[in-house]
Design a protein. Structure first.
Ligand SMILES: O=P(O)(O)OC[C@H]1O[C@H](O)[C@H](O)[C@@H](O)[C@@H]1O
Length: 521
């Protein structure tokens, strides 16, 4: 990034920008919103509360040109192997190309539709002949967070015959046990969702679930009626004993954190019906078209990415808060933590050189109104300068007087917080002083439905991609997660053989304390 011609100019501009107060930009230009907002049908991105001027924006746009962003967008969409460290394409946009679907994608849509139909029409029956009423998705990371986030958000508009959905991801087993306590084996179906079908977290939970069914079912064929597999690994699904019609596929060119657009989204289709699922893909596809075709200066994904680069590299902000003003987006921050930090949490360039600039924000978040009563204190008066994304919906989710009241209260709070963070306020004493100057975006969507949710997720995906191009890093691999998995297997062996030799003293000490505690009880 540093060798791009506009870099040094941006550094200079950044130094000046740090000296001015964000609120002064509003004093200088009373129509700042018009100049610093961008839109497409269904969404307005207001970035007027960013500490950026027209000149700075122009220079950021130049930086994007110099980094060959257009070329990279073409590579992404044309299926080039942009994930070079795994020798793969990153083809998630092809999964939502409704006008021109790949034959293999279409084929899986049909298989998925057949399964959804069998469950909705109560044809899929368990070992005792009873119809399925509950579906438990067993998966972790990308095989959990996307479907969990989306189905939680859209719960209120599910299709009439949708089964109850449950999500289990944690390998400690307690989450699964809690869920199983509420369910009947006869009417429960498990989706074993794993791109690799080798993840110990998922496979260990799936085995426990299978044993639970086996305690009631007397035949293997009856037991396997209760399991569906979703994976890129057909041989492993077969080995696990999954029935051929219960195996849904996707492909290695779909990254784990981008897999909710593939058959991993089965729970979304079960909840929304195939039509709703397609609306979700359609929303993402509309964002893809916008990203590919709209000039950078009006392109919401490009602008969102560049603003982030400006904040991280030139204004030295490390934190990014995700603040949806809608409780339905309870899991959005968890989902974006993986999307953003697993993608851009990298320390070397594409060619393997160590970077000497920051590459990724530390992202966290919470439903806005609740976060106001928790960590907003730090944003208003702490020593950290952070950036925030406020997410708001224009339409209320109901039309009674109380709906309108709550909706207005919610809008007022969202706008009040972004304004307070921006302007601050001089206090009568230092404890009551609000420095202000905290930057934010507001993403205003028409409403929260499958289509607009698809649009929002694709927006964040593309913003992450834009940032990776500027930083010259590969956002599609995640080698960083491997080391811990390997060491966990080594330690498991040590635990099973009660042997602490060759371990560091911290690990030894903790294991010995655990064993002593276990012996005492
Ligand atoms: O879907 P799976 O192959 O089971 O992988 C589940 C998750 O685990 C890995 O460790 C990666 O960090 C994630 O990117 C992935 O989504």
């Amino acid at each position: 990034m540093k060798q791009l011609p506009s870099y040094s100019k941006l550094e200079e501009l950044g130094l000046q920008a740090k000296k001015r107060h964000l609120a002064s930009l509003f004093n200088d230009d009373t129509d700042r919103f018009t100049e610093f907002s961008a839109k497409l049908p269904g969404l307005v991105l207001d970035y007027s509360k960013q500490n950026v001027t027209q000149e700075e924006r122009k220079t950021l746009l130049n930086l994007a040109e110099e980094a060959n962003l257009s070329e990279w967008i073409n590579k992404l969409f044309s299926g080039e192997k942009v994930n070079h460290t795994e020798d793969r394409a990153a083809g998630h946009t092809a999964l939502r190309d409704l006008k021109n679907p790949k034959p293999e994608v279409k084929n899986e849509w049909s298989k998925m539709e057949a399964l959804v139909d069998r469950i909705h029409t109560k044809q899929l029956r368990g070992f005792s002949g009873k119809a399925i009423t509950d579906v438990v998705n067993i998966g972790v990371g990308g095989s959990d967070l996307g479907p969990l986030m989306v189905t939680h958000a859209l719960k209120g508009v599910r299709t009439p015959h949708a089964p109850e959905l449950h999500f289990v991801s944690t390998l400690d087993g307690k989450q699964l046990q809690r869920v199983l306590k509420t369910l009947s084996a006869e009417t429960t179906l498990f989706i074993v969702a794993s791109k690799s079908f080798t993840t110990i977290d998922t496979l260990s939970l799936a085995k426990t679930a299978k044993e639970w069914i086996e305690a009631y079912s007397t035949t293997e064929s009856g037991t396997m009626q209760h399991f569906i597999g979703v994976s890129t690994n057909a041989p492993m699904m077969k080995e696990w004993g999954l029935l051929p019609e219960h195996q849904l596929l996707f492909w290695d060119w779909v990254g784990g954190r981008f897999s909710l657009w593939s058959t991993i989204g089965l729970t979304i289709a079960l909840q929304q019906g195939m039509q709703g699922y397609m609306a979700f893909l359609q929303g993402a596809n509309e964002m893809d078209e916008h990203f590919r075709n709209v000039p950078f200066e009006d392109n919401v994904a490009v602008l969102l990415g560049l603003i982030s680069v400006w904040n991280i590299n030139f204004l030295n902000l490390a934190g990014q808060a995700i603040l949806p003003y809608d409780s339905r987006l309870k899991y959005l921050a968890s989902y974006l933590e993986q999307l953003v930090m697993e993608s851009n949490g990298k320390h070397v360039t594409r060619s393997g050189e160590k970077v000497d600039y920051r590459t990724c924000p530390i992202l966290w978040g919470e439903v806005g109104p609740n976060a106001q009563h928790a960590f907003y204190q730090l944003m208003h008066q702490g020593t950290e300068r952070v950036m925030a994304d406020f997410i708001l919906y224009a339409q209320a989710h109901g039309n009674t007087e109380r709906h309108t009241f709550h909706h207005n209260l919610n809008i007022a709070n969202c706008l009040a917080q972004s304004r307070a963070l921006m302007v601050g306020q001089k206090g009568e004493n230092p404890h009551k002083d609000y420095p202000g100057g905290q930057v934010s975006n507001t993403l205003l969507f028409d409403k929260l439905d499958a289509k607009h949710l698809g649009m929002m997720i694709a927006l964040y995906e593309h913003s992450v991609f834009v940032q990776s191009v500027i930083w010259d890093i590969n956002p599609f691999d995640q080698w960083g997660v491997e080391l811990g998995k390997k060491i966990a297997m080594e330690i498991l062996e040590k635990i099973e053989s009660k042997d602490t030799s060759n371990l560091d003293s911290s690990t030894q000490g903790i294991l010995e304390t655990i064993w002593n505690t276990q012996n005492e009880n």
